[in-house]
Design a protein around this ligand. Structure first.
Ligand code: CU
Length: 128
């Protein structure tokens, strides 16, 4: 039996944006098969300057629903459960794209957890 279980990325994608747009978002489902909580604290990718954890947020301002997002210091994945990064909830913000991404290409991301675990994944760029 393993001393600890590794987090697993079940499926995911990166949003295709027009070439003039310098930020995009990555979405995925992250599973924690272990008995201890996992804390996702950040990520890196060769295609962007920075990667931040964001949560989508809707608020009512002056009677109007405004869609926004705000940065999070971390996202916890409870033991034996999954957390969905999807539109309307969490995403990874890829900020300052170094080049335009193409539909169908794979983007490498390294997810960093508070306990030092790193998870390297590769997500397809999709138009959705
Ligand atoms: Cu964002």
């Amino acid at each position: 039996m393993a001393a600890f279980a590794q987090p697993a990325l079940l499926s995911g994608w990166v949003r295709l944006v027009p070439p003039v747009v310098k930020d995009t978002a990555a979405y995925f489902t992250l599973e924690n098969p272990g008995n201890a909580a996992l804390r996702l604290v950040g990520a890196e990718t060769p295609v962007a300057q920075r990667v931040s954890l964001h949560r989508d947020q809707r608020e009512v301002r002056g009677g109007q629903v405004v869609l926004g997002m705000r940065p999070l210091p971390y996202v916890d994945i409870p033991p034996r459960s999954k957390v969905e990064f999807r539109p309307g909830k969490y995403h990874l913000m890829l900020e300052g794209l170094k080049r335009p991404l193409k539909a169908g290409e794979k983007v490498e991301l390294t997810l960093r957890f508070a306990d030092g675990t790193r998870l390297k994944v590769s997500l397809p760029v999709e138009m959705r």
